[in-house]
Ligand binder design. Sequence first.
Ligand code: UDP
Ligand code: MG
Length: 343
Amino acid sequence: MSDSSLREKPPITKPAERPRLGITAMIPCYNEIACVERAYQEIRSELAAYDDVELLFVDDGSTDGTLEAIKGFAAADPRVKYLSFARNFGLEAAFSAGFKYASKPWTVQFDADLQSPPEEMHRLVDKALEGYDVVFAVRENRQDPWYRRLGTSGHQLIARRWLGIELPPGASVFRIVKTSVARKVVDSRLTTPYFIATAPLLGARYTTLPTSHRPRVDGQGKWNLRKLVSHAVELFVGFSFRPLVWLSALAAVVVVAGVTVLALALAGRFGPTELAEASLVTGLITLVTLAVVARYLVRMMRVQAIGVPRYQIREANIPIRADEALYGYETPYVGTEVWENAS
Ligand code: UDP
Ligand code: MG
């Protein structure tokens, strides 16, 4: 995995007139009843600048009436499409589905809570037209709690500096992506899903653009500490083998230290207390090693499961693939059992 410099490549297209771009505005929503109406209104008014648009809501298993609100928009506005998951499958699954079912050449991903103002989309569009496949917004003066900001910069720094993972620095989920490229990224079987790390691996031309940021307009953030940590760990083990390499080096150090301690004990220079302390340290190192190896095993299992759909769709107002639809197979199931006639 190469170094984390941006791929500043020469433009491949001339900036065209904005209005003629085909754009899918994709909005993942999980229990966003407090924001979804305002999101629809704001995004719709920005889309008025373009001729060929659709709004694709991905309801990630909401239980608070978000889907009913979306259906209301769809009833009044034929450009509104929606997919509704059978349960909450997580943001990564939601936007993966959004990219797959987007029907326009470009997809802009929005947040339903409007933290990244929809009016910034035009700057993303203009930047993309300079010749990029993906333009990631970077939140200027990010309006989230300090631990969220620290968490993001911390884990991105570890990923880039220590683990050699190429990541667009500070990239948020507010972004414009060439839909065909986005589909490649979400269908990629390279490793575990993680959009901002997979796009560079595939060679997508990407850049970042600072955009304004504001607090959530209403409702609750969906991230807790457990989700944030597991998202970071997924990035580390999904895109770098360096921790495993470090474990081999650690094993060599522990062996040398162990042999030295043993020699000192035999020579009578180490008593039972020192030996007990040395065993404790070795035990702790073994536990850490096991934990790291366990994470890689989980990763392997996840990669094996990549062919299996990451989500199931319960309802939609567009055609969906049978294997991704909870009620998708219409032919009756035929079992393999042969029932003997008892008489
Ligand atoms: N979201 C989702 N599924 C989830 C969590 C979040 O679709 O499991 C959506 C959410 O409704 C919102 C966007 O992802 O539109 C960003 O979520 P949130 O505002 O909670 O994230 P933050 O801004 O705190 O990073
Ligand atoms: Mg938010």
